[in-house]
Design a protein around this ligand. Structure first.
Ligand code: ZN
Length: 413
C-alpha cells in the first residue's frame, strides 16, 4: 500500500516551491528558480536509494532503479516536468486539503469569495468521499505536473522498499520548461537509454494518450498598393480585401470552434492589416498525416490561385511544420500502450484512450527516438486557480507505474 500521508507531504513539498517557466527567456531552465526544485529532487532520489542520480547543466534530473531480475528486460522510463505554467502565478502556493469531499461547493478563498463548484466543474462529483488538494484561489496548484513528479518518486521509493516486486531497469527523468514547449528540447535521449517511456502528465484518472495533432504554422503576407484614395481608380490594391478573399475561401466550419475529436482545422490566430500590407497567421492541425498534408496543399493552392487572378505575387505564404502525431512512432511498438492499458485494468481503472487536441513533450520525444505515450497524473483544471487533484488518483497513478514495471518484466520472462 502507498502511504497516503507520505505522498501528500511529498506533493506539498514540491508545489510550495515556485518553478514558473518563462517563454521570453532563452536560457535552460528558462527561470533560475527551477533549479531549487531540480536540486531538491536530485537529493531526494539519492536518499531513497536510486543509482546514477545526475543533474545536467540544463537542470534535467535523471536516475536509475536497477533491475532485480536475472533475465533481460527492456529498459523503460518515466518522465515528468517540474516547471509550472506562466499562464497563472505559481508563487506562494498554499495548498488546502479537503478530506472526505461531500460533493458540494468548496470555498477556496472566503475573503475574495472564490468558489470551486461542481455546478461549473462537474468532474468534481466523481471524487465524492475522496481527499482533494486545492489552491487557496490566488495561485495555480502545480499538480501539472508535480503530481506526476510525486507519483514517479513515490513509485520508485516503493519499488526500492519492495524487492518482491520484480522489474527490469527503470530510468526516470524530470525536465524543466515543458509549459513553454521546451521540455524535450535538451532531453538527452541517448543518455537516458530507455527503449520506451511514459510521460506522467495527463489529467483525470484513466487517461492514456498516444495520439496528438500534426501541427504547422502558416504566415500569409498579402501585399497591396497604396495610392491617394481620391485618385486611386485603377491603381490602388487594397491588401485587406485580398486577405478577406483568402480567409473566406478556407472552409469556415473547419475551425477550432466547430471541430472536436479527430477533426482537424485551420485556425486564423492573428490578423494585422492596412492597405499596403496585411499579415495573417494561421495554425493548421490534423491527427491524420494525409489530411494534414492536404490542408497545407489547399492553402498553397489558394495562394497560387489568387496570385494568378492578380497576375502578380500578391500573397507570400510560408508554412512551417511544428510537431507531428506520435501515433506513427507508437503504433509500431503498440505493446507499450497495451502494457499501460493492462496495468490500469489490473488496478480496476477504466482506461480513457483518446487523441490529444494539442501536442505533448512525449510527441517530441517519440520523434527523437523515445516512443512516449502519456498517462494520467490525476489533476484537473490546469493552469489556473481552480486546479485541484484527488489524492486517490495520485495513489492510483503511482500504482500504475509500479504495475507497468512488473508487467514489462513478466512479458519478457
Ligand atoms: Zn504538464
Amino acid at each position: 500500500m502507498i502511504d497516503k500521508q507520505h505522498l501528500i507531504n511529498r506533493f506539498i513539498s514540491y508545489v510550495t516551491i515556485d518553478t514558473e517557466s518563462d517563454p521570453n527567456s532563452n536560457t535552460t531552465p528558462s527561470t533560475e528558480k527551477q533549479w531549487n526544485l531540480a536540486n531538491k529532487l536530485a537529493e531526494e532520489l539519492k536518499t531513497i536509494g536510486l543509482q546514477d542520480v545526475s543533474i545536467d547543466q540544463n537542470s534535467y534530473v535523471m536516475a536509475t532503479l536497477p533491475s532485480n531480475v536475472s533475465h533481460k528486460v527492456p529498459v523503460i522510463g518515466f518522465v515528468a516536468h517540474f516547471d509550472t505554467s506562466p499562464d497563472f502565478t505559481g508563487a506562494n502556493v498554499k495548498p488546502q486539503l479537503v478530506e472526505n469531499y461531500d460533493g458540494k461547493d468548496i470555498m477556496l478563498n472566503a475573503e475574495e469569495n472564490i468558489v470551486l463548484s461542481p455546478d461549473y466543474f462537474e468532474d468534481l462529483l466523481q471524487y465524492k468521499g475522496q481527499t482533494l488538494i486545492t489552491t487557496d484561489g490566488t495561485t495555480l496548484l502545480g499538480a501539472d505536473d508535480k503530481a506526476g513528479v510525486t507519483e514517479i518518486v513515490t513509485a520508485m521509493e516503493y519499488l526500492v522498499k519492495h524487492p518482491e516486486i520484480k522489474h527490469g531497469e527503470i530510468r526516470i527523468c524530470f525536465t524543466p520548461d515543458e509549459e513553454i514547449g521546451r521540455g524535450a528540447h535538451k532531453f538527452d535521449v541517448k543518455k537516458f537509454g530507455a527503449e520506451w517511456a511514459y510521460t506522467m502528465d495527463g489529467s483525470q484518472i484513466g487517461e492514456l494518450e498516444y495520439e496528438n495533432f500534426n501541427a504547422a504554422g502558416a504566415s500569409v503576407k498579402v501585399k497591396g498598393k497604396i495610392v491617394h484614395p481620391g485618385y486611386a481608380k485603377g491603381k490602388m490594391i487594397n491588401s485587406m480585401y485580398i486577405a478577406q478573399d483568402f480567409i473566406n475561401s478556407l472552409p469556415r466550419l473547419e475551425t477550432p470552434e466547430h471541430t472536436e475529436g479527430r477533426q482537424g482545422f485551420f485556425h486564423l490566430a492573428q490578423i494585422n492589416g492596412k492597405v499596403e500590407e496585411t499579415n495573417l497567421y494561421y495554425i493548421i492541425r490534423d491527427h491524420d498525416k494525409e489530411h494534414f498534408e492536404a490542408r497545407k496543399e489547399v492553402m498553397q493552392n489558394l495562394a497560387n490561385e489568387i496570385n494568378k487572378q492578380h497576375g502578380n505575387t500578391v500573397i507570400e505564404l510560408d508554412i512551417k511544420d511544428q510537431y507531428y502525431n506520435m501515433r506513427e512512432k507508437v503504433e509500431p511498438v503498440m505493446h507499450i500502450v497495451d502494457i499501460a492499458e493492462e496495468a490500469m485494468k489490473n488496478l480496476n481503472i477504466t482506461p480513457i484512450i483518446k487523441p490529444i487536441r494539442g501536442g505533448t513533450d512525449g510527441s517530441q520525444l517519440s520523434f527523437m527516438g523515445l516512443p512516449c505515450p502519456n498517462i494520467f497524473a490525476g489533476g484537473h483544471n490546469f493552469h489556473g486557480r481552480y486546479e485541484y487533484v484527488p489524492v486517490e488518483s495520485m495513489i492510483k497513478a503511482t500504482e500504475v507505474i509500479c504495475k507497468i514495471t512488473e508487467l514489462t518484466a513478466e512479458k519478457y520472462a
